[in-house]
Ligand binder design. Sequence first.
Ligand code: T4K
Length: 370
Amino acid sequence: MTKQQKIYVTQPSLPDLQAYTKLLEQIWESKRITNNGDFHKQFEAELCDFLKVNHLSLFANGTLALMVALKALRITGEVITTPYSFVATTHALHWNGIKPVFCDINEHDFNINPDKIEALITPKTTAIMPVHVYGNPCNNDKIQKIADTYGLKVIYDAAHAFGVEKNGESILNWGDLSVLSFHATKSFNTVEGGAIVTKDEKLKERIDFLKNFGFANEVTVVGYGINGKMNELMAAYGLLQLKTFNSEVTKRKRITDLYNRLLKDKKGIKLNATPENTTSNYSYYPVLIESEKSGKTRDEVYEQLKQNNIYARRYFYPLISQFPAYRGLPSAGDDRLPVATKIAQQVLCLPVYAELDEETVQKIGKTVLL
Ligand code: T4K
């Protein structure tokens, strides 16, 4: 790494250009560039096999997929969700006219705390929308039990959880629906892109109508649809990405292991422990800076890295509940979300991507510890 080179929190891996050019030539030849073409169909089928899920609908991005997931299940009223996520999680509720109700999170995995959900349920509650933050699986057993008791739907924002398995099974099969993001910053990317995973064939059909303006056929519109379709160029790109995903994960694991070795047991630095019996896609490397022990605040470490051309990110600070659009909600007060408020002040996501070399990781580790 040269002294001037900027290191960002992530960098996308792209498919082999020659291989992609060949697929593009086929697209140019066929003139089929969007609306459920051959590459789209093939990509959906291959993703289902790869992810061990029954049905999957591709989308232009994860945010549209979240919006359609809520619409497909006819969610209304209030939805219990986490403030510790990317703002798209809550925006998807707002775009459906749903009131978000924020629930605090766990210290150990940054996910919604299931023990605090029940107290937030009102007659208007129709669903729970948890997020598998950094790919750490939520406590589905507890969440599903509450949902079953109160007759609520569960929509998982699984934007970070591509390929994640627990006890050998895909966590994408949990709940009523799971939503993926294939954004450039994710470990599996199609430039922009996303998907909804479902076990129910009829529900997939409805989702497919809704992402195509609601059209069930040429003359029938069955609901308030939107244009959420993924195009053929991205589907072809995604097919190539699938071939290299396992090696992408291996490379990211190597970097994660190296960080763990460098930062383990350092005063005031808390690492994200990999949950038991769970696989990871190593999309993020979050650390918590505990200023009372380390003698430095998270923001001081963030600035110190920046001065060395290392652009770590504070995912997820501020909390969604702290943004002006949401901070007026009764559930949004920091006093009601003490764990999320604390973690958002401490978290720093360090750079992790396949092409990050060992020397740079060493430098980042040393700079964190300065
Ligand atoms: N739910 C959750 C839990 C999510 O995390 C997200 C998205 C969504 C839903 C919504 O899914 P999508 O609609 O996005 O599919 C990024 C991403 O834009 C966003 O997808 C992601 N979560 C979020 C956590 O992070 P930014 O604003 O931080 O990205 P940006 O552009 O600052 O990129 C970060 C760094 O990555 C850059 O400094 C450089 C590098 N980079 C980025 C891009 C886009 C590259 O090297 N090449 C690139 O093309 O939001």
